[in-house]
Design a protein around this ligand. Structure first.
Ligand code: GLA
Length: 354
């Protein structure tokens, strides 16, 4: 229990404890900073946090993943230490009245490391929501998610979109969050009970901050300048044709954004209609677009996705920022156990997440 861990380390009970889920994105990849739709769902796995305020400006952090206690301050800058996400969240919480001064924090996670299942967004949102609870703040969950993105963009230097923060702040397991990332309007769609969205780790570990995500973001920024607006996802066929003078890779990036948006709109409708055949087919097309047009997959992941479908999934795709991490597959519930075993047999480096 996280409150026990907190008590052992800080010798007193925490004032707030909370659980924030991780997320898996079902479809709509790299659309969230290009004005598009995303369709993530919350996981049962996530981050447990216990927190109490301190009377000074220090931040003392204990994590179940590390032996030492990190001692930081609210005047700190990012140092590429594991505690940066918490420090950044405490700083933004102080700037926005969610906290005042330092905190003691204990954190533990059931999410696998380097999986792209939004453990960092979950940690940040946990701190901000804990601050809101402690100080009876009026921020909505959407406002919390926007602040959490600021921690990533401004403190950590990771130029991510808003999907992860909205998903972990708002979504619940068993429901997909259909989120318009331009307006932040959303609705929740029930996932079908006859199919499972199975998350498998590819065995390829990744770190978004390594820079390859940033390169894609910069490529999209270059396309936006040519278009004269920020919404690559909503371009028409004619507008896409007008980009033919761009380099071939930039044209492929724009094509992914445009087609992924159309697929995600159709996928949300298929989910509402409980049409999982169509949903699965769109997942497969999304993977091909990430492989050939956005070029963010790895051969090992392409193979895992192909085998997933061969073994009976209705559809499968890499999920998250790319270059490693997890796949998500839509599998008939009655064959899931066998499917997981068979997939691991032919891809021994992969493992079941949830
Ligand atoms: C990461 C980012 C998100 C989103 C996805 C790709 O998870 O944090 O904002 O861009 O990659 O869809």
């Amino acid at each position: 229990m996280i409150s026990e861990a907190f008590k052992t380390v800080f010798d007193t009970s925490p004032l707030v404890t909370r659980f924030t889920p991780g997320r898996v994105n079902l479809i709509g990849e790299h659309t969230d900073y290009n004005g598009g739709l995303v369709l993530p769902t919350a996981l049962e796995l996530g981050v447990n946090l216990a927190l109490s305020p301190r009377s000074d400006n220090k931040i003392h952090i204990h994590s179940d993943k590390f032996d030492d206690i990190a001692i930081r301050a609210i005047s700190d800058t990012a140092t590429e230490h594991w505690s940066d996400y918490i420090v950044g969240a405490v700083i933004i919480a102080n700037e926005t009245g969610l906290l005042s001064g330092g905190v003691n924090v204990a954190v533990s996670t059931t999410l696998p490391f380097g999986a792209g299942l939004s453990s960092s967004a979950a940690v940040i949102v946990s701190i901000l929501k804990a601050g809101r609870e402690l100080n009876h703040g009026q921020h909505t969950d959407t406002e919390i998610a926007v602040l959490a993105r600021r921690v990533e963009n401004e403190f950590i230097g990771m130029p991510c979109g808003i999907m992860d923060q909205m998903a972990v702040a708002i979504a619940r397991p068993g429901q997909a969050l259909s989120l318009n990332t331009e307006t932040l309007n959303y609705d929740l769609i029930d996932l079908p009970s006859q199919h499972k969205m199975v998350v498998m780790h590819s065995g390829q570990f990744r770190r978004l901050s390594e820079g390859r995500y940033k390169v894609r973001k910069e490529e999209c920024d270059a396309i936006k300048i040519v278009l004269g607006h920020n919404n690559i996802c909503q371009i028409s066929d004619a507008e896409f044709a007008s980009l033919s003078h761009l380099s071939a890779p930039l044209q492929r990036r724009a094509k992914h954004c445009m087609t992924e948006q159309r697929r995600t709109v159709k996928a949300a409708k298929a989910l509402r209609d409980n049409d999982m055949q169509t949903f699965g087919a769109l997942m497969n097309e999304s993977h091909i677009s990430m492989r050939d047009d956005f070029e963010i997959t790895l051969p090992e992941i392409d193979r895992l996705v192909e085998d997933s479908v061969k073994l009976g999934a209705l559809g499968a795709r890499m999920t998250g920022g790319g270059f490693g991490g997890c796949i998500v597959a839509c599998v008939p519930a009655n064959i899931t156990k066998m499917w997981v075993q068979d997939l691991i047999k032919v891809n021994p480096q992969s493992f079941f997440v949830c």
